[in-house]
Design a protein around this ligand. Structure first.
Ligand code: G3I
Length: 380
């Protein structure tokens, strides 16, 4: 009898153990359900991209590289394809970083952006010192032809001209305007199209939520269109703040740009959380505010982002993305200007050496609340 009871108890215990093992296995399997990356979640709406720095391109910052290849489906080179680095002296090109960048995009089947062909900043010194207009124009022709042809069929979209307008909507008196004349934007778009007829051609700028500047840019778009010159998109740099621009201003901008018959790309999205006492807006990198360096009032979160600001940042991103989703038929790409907070340009602009938190990944390479909020906006 006792033997029978013992056998029974043994059988029951064995069954219980097996059940526990099966359910534990089931649980761990359910834990392994693949969670979609951010770009997978948004793939039916628009490309989701990140600007990548040289350390990511060369695989030195492996953790950021892993984030880029798993979370994003579009890349933009933060600096590596700018004139200064590609052609530092006349006809002496350096394609080492650019080739690596393009190879990375191809390997990971990403949308590859070229940034930027014509910009008054990060331009080689010899261009600033070229006195003859004919020689200057020849350098521009050579640069665009050489660079765009090299990556023909590989780079999907080019920022052909960057930041050519002033806040009042008039043409910036840049060295390009001075040397090549009022119609230089048309001329360089033609050059880019000739070098790669299939690439998307973008005009890229900041503060386009401001009506006067936007009007100037859209007048230029119309002129190109009227003259049969290809321009595919306006790239809206979105170096924004927690409170401004307003959602109404952003929405009006989306509507106006779309009505002009061009695609809209948010090419440089980040949100500063730091004080901006001069009502300074935009992204004009030459402004210098060194007198504020080291001022603790200007750098209030050196040891971490307070929870309430992290929540504000997440809400701001959520509100902006809800608007993007509403107008997804007009928007083909949204690119963050960087990967983790540590390496954002906004730690050094407009005041050097601050601790900013503008992106979706923190200094420990972990997704922030803003990331999770954007992921949750779209079902897995
Ligand atoms: O290459 C030098 C390096 O040799 C030197 O050791 C190092 C020391 O500081 O500086 C390096 O140059 C820096 C360069 O980035 C590359 O890292 C420059 O000082 C720095 O000013 C430059 O900043 C870039 C800025 O453009 C220049 O205008 C930022 O990283 C980049 O994020 C920013 O990107 C621009 C877009 O292209 C256009 N729209 C605005 C956006 C933000 O300003």
């Amino acid at each position: 009898m006792i033997q029978k009871i013992t056998r029974h108890a043994f059988t029951i215990i064995t069954i219980a153990i097996v059940c526990i093992l099966i359910s534990a296995n089931g649980l761990s399997n359910s834990n392994k359900i693949k969670v979609d990356s951010l770009s997978d979640r948004y793939k039916d709406l628009f490309h989701l991209g990140a600007a990548i720095n040289q350390d990511i391109i060369f695989g030195k910052d492996v953790q950021s590289l892993n984030i880029v290849t798993s979370e994003f489906n579009s890349i933009t080179p933060e600096n590596s394809l700018k004139w200064l680095y590609l052609q530092p002296s006349p006809n002496k090109f350096n394609f080492i970083a650019a080739d690596k960048y393009v190879a990375l995009g191809i390997k990971n089947n990403m949308n590859i952006v070229g940034h930027a062909l014509v910009w008054h900043n990060q331009l080689a010194d010899f261009m600033k010192n070229t006195s003859s207009s004919a020689a200057f124009t020849n350098h521009v022709k050579n640069h665009i032809h050489t660079v765009v042809s090299r990556y023909k069929g590989k780079i999907d979209a080019w920022d052909v001209v960057n930041e050519a307008f002033k806040e009042d909507g008039s043409l910036r008196p840049s060295v390009f305007k001075k040397q090549m004349g009022e119609n230089y934007i048309e001329d360089v778009f033609k050059l880019a199209e000739t070098a790669d007829p299939d690439a998307d051609l973008i005009y890229n700028d900041y503060n386009l939520y401001k009506p006067a500047k936007r009007a100037g840019v859209l007048k230029m778009v119309k002129k190109l269109q009227d003259n049969g010159i290809k321009i595919n998109a306006i790239g809206v740099q979105a170096h924004w703040r927690l409170k401004s621009p307003s959602l109404n201003e952003i929405e009006q901008m989306i509507l106006d740009i779309s009505a002009a018959g061009v695609d809209l790309m948010f090419t440089e999205l980040d949100i500063t959380v730091l004080p901006n006492p001069w009502e300074l807006v935009g992204a004009e990198v030459t402004q210098n505010f060194s007198k504020f360096e080291g001022d603790p009032k200007m750098d209030p979160y050196p040891n971490g982002l307070p929870k309430e600001i992290e929540i504000q940042l997440a809400k701001r991103y959520k509100d902006i993305f809800k608007l993007f989703m509403k107008h997804q038929d007009k928007i083909s790409r949204v690119t963050f200007w960087g990967v983790i907070d540590q390496y954002s340009w906004l730690n050094d602009w407009p005041i050097k050496g601050r601790t900013n938190y503008p992106l979706l990944f923190n200094r420990e390479y972990q997704p922030k609340l803003a990331y999770k909020t954007l992921a949750n906006l779209i079902e897995n």
